[in-house]
Structure formats: structure tokens, C-alpha cells
Ligand binder design. Structure first.
Ligand SMILES: C[S@@+](CC[C@H](N)C(=O)[O-])C[C@H]1O[C@@H](n2cnc3c(N)ncnc32)[C@H](O)[C@@H]1O
Length: 276
């Protein structure tokens, strides 16, 4: 890492508390280049001069490093596999163990589309189940702006491009050009700010302890360097119950060293089951 890059990241950390030193270098450098272009800075040193002592610019750079592109039912095949294979298997094993509780974590949930999609899917699956289930869906991110959007639950139409029309009609209220998630779904998801890379916290504080049946960790790993990828995935493995599921993003894979602790349920779709 060059000295200027180190200084830039130290400045961002001082203003925002966010440490990007172990994020992929290309991602960080690419976002700095975007900010330089926006401000008309010809060289990194010029950008450093603009950034020094400037809290607002630190926030803007941090926001652009958190790429929070997402949508409802992103990679729809994953949600089909959840509906056809994972939830039936999970519910079956819970019933056999005399439990009626499911615990799910969406880590790096951005503006909430992923955990709300899971809530909708569960609502659909459990509506015909004669037994009463308790579902806990914890959704966490570091980006406060994204979390505020998630709490508001109102989205532009293009975020629903992968969502079946029947589900849009059933679980959203159209408001002009936007769509609001209905309260019955909003009430199923608990959002909080949490740094998934923090090794002090094994699971989101809200969840009190891990014990998750299913963890979504999609499209976050690609931004972290190899060391951090490994330590975060180890943490998630500890937070999962034996036999629990971990779902990564389409372009991601389990770091080397962890593959022996999971069985790939569907390697093409990055769905892994923790070995019992
Ligand atoms: C591309 S979005 C992924 C959203 C969703 N999981 C999906 O796949 O559609 C990446 C998210 O990871 C979040 N993120 C990045 N670093 C994080 C960290 N250390 N802890 C928690 N969230 C983080 C970003 O703020 C961003 O919202």
C-alpha cells in the first residue's frame, strides 16, 4: 500500500471509525479514483490535500467504498433452492427436534431487499403450516444510510425486477413510482448496525448469541482481502448451528481452509451446509 493510500485510509478511519485497510486494494483505489474524478483532482496527492481534515469527504469516500447495489430476490435461483430444498429440510429437522424457531442473519444487508425477500419467502412457506413458528431475521450493515433506507422500506420499481408479480401485489403497496413493503413483512426483520469483520462480536448484538440456521453473506466477501475473508468466514461458521446453511454471492467462494468444514449443497449457487 502506498503512503498516500495509507494516509487516506487513516484519515477516513479517524473521521468515520471505518477501517478499510483490509478491503481489496483494487476496490479502494477504484473508489478513490471515482472521487478524484468527481472533484477534478489530477493526482492522488491532490485528493489527499482535499481529504485532509474534511469529514464530509471522508464520509463520501466511505459511502462509495460500500457498494450497496442490491435488489429483491437477487439471483432468483437461490430463493427457489431455499423454497424447494433448504426451508423444507430445515423445518423438517426442527420439527424432529421439537423446535419451532428459525434464526436467520443477513450480514451486509445494504438497503434491506435481501432480508425482506427472505421474510416474504418464509411468510409464503409458513402460511399453510398448521404449527406456529417463531422466526427471527437479523439484518445488519455498516452503512447507516443504507440501514435508514431499509427501515423506511420504500423502494423504486427497478429493485423489484426479479420479484414475481404475485408477490409484489401481495406484499407491497404502490405509492406513485415507489413500492412500500407491507408492515407484516417489515415487522419480521430487525435491522442494526454491525461490522461483520469485527472479531470482538461473534454475532449481531441484537441477536444476543449466534445459533443461526441460515446466514446470508452475499456480495460482501469480494470487497475484503484474503486474510479478512478467512477470519470473517470463520466467525460466521461459529455463528452457524451444526447443519446450518451459509449462502455467499454468485462470484464468491469459501476461503481455502474452510472448505473442509462445509459441504457444498449447490456449489454453482454458493450454498454451503455446515458439517455436523
Ligand atoms: C453489494 S452490497 C450486498 C447486499 C446484499 N447482501 C446483496 O447481495 O444483494 C454490500 C454491502 O456490504 C456492506 N458492508 C461492507 N463492509 C461491511 C462490514 N464490514 N460490515 C457490514 N457490512 C458491510 C456494504 O455497506 C453494502 O451495503
Amino acid at each position: 500500500m502506498t503512503n498516500t493510500l495509507k494516509e487516506i485510509l487513516a484519515e477516513v478511519k479517524a473521521h468515520t471509525g471505518l477501517n478499510f485497510a483490509q478491503y481489496q486494494r483494487e476496490v479502494v483505489v477504484g473508489r478513490i479514483a471515482d472521487r478524484m474524478a468527481a472533484l477534478g483532482c489530477p493526482a492522488t496527492e491532490d485528493y489527499w490535500e482535499r481529504l485532509r481534515g474534511n469529514r464530509q469527504e471522508s464520509n463520501l469516500l466511505a459511502e462509495s467504498i460500500f457498494i450497496n447495489v442490491t435488489r429483491f430476490f437477487r439471483n432468483p435461483i437461490v430463493f427457489e433452492i431455499l423454497a424447494q430444498r433448504i426451508f423444507p429440510a430445515l423445518l423438517g429437522s426442527k420439527r424432529a427436534a421439537g423446535s419451532r424457531e428459525l434464526r436467520i442473519w443477513s450480514a451486509g444487508c445494504a438497503s434491506g431487499e435481501e432480508p425482506y425477500s427472505v421474510a416474504i419467502l418464509l411468510k409464503e412457506i409458513l402460511q399453510f403450516d398448521p404449527q406456529l413458528w417463531t422466526t427471527h431475521i437479523f439484518a445488519t450493515d455498516l452503512d447507516e444510510g443504507a440501514l435508514a433506507e431499509a427501515e423506511a422500506g420504500v423502494y423504486p420499481e427497478d429493485r423489484l425486477d426479479d420479484t414475481k408479480m404475485g408477490l409484489v401485489r401481495k406484499y407491497f403497496r404502490a405509492q406513485g413510482d415507489t413500492f412500500e413493503v407491507l408492515p407484516e413483512i417489515r415487522g419480521m426483520v430487525r435491522f442494526s448496525r454491525d461490522d461483520v469483520t469485527s472479531l470482538e462480536m461473534g454475532a449481531p448484538a441484537d441477536s444476543v448469541f449466534g445459533g443461526f440456521d441460515l446466514i446470508f453473506f452475499r456480495n460482501v466477501l469480494i470487497y475484503l482481502n484474503k486474510d479478512l475473508q478467512r477470519s470473517v468466514c470463520e466467525k460466521l461458521e461459529h455463528a452457524l448451528n451444526d447443519g446450518g446453511y451459509l449462502i455467499l454471492g454468485a462470484a464468491e467462494g469459501l476461503p481455502r481452509g474452510l472448505t473442509g468444514r462445509f459441504t457444498a449443497l449447490d456449489s454453482a449457487n454458493r450454498i454451503y451446509r455446515k458439517n455436523v
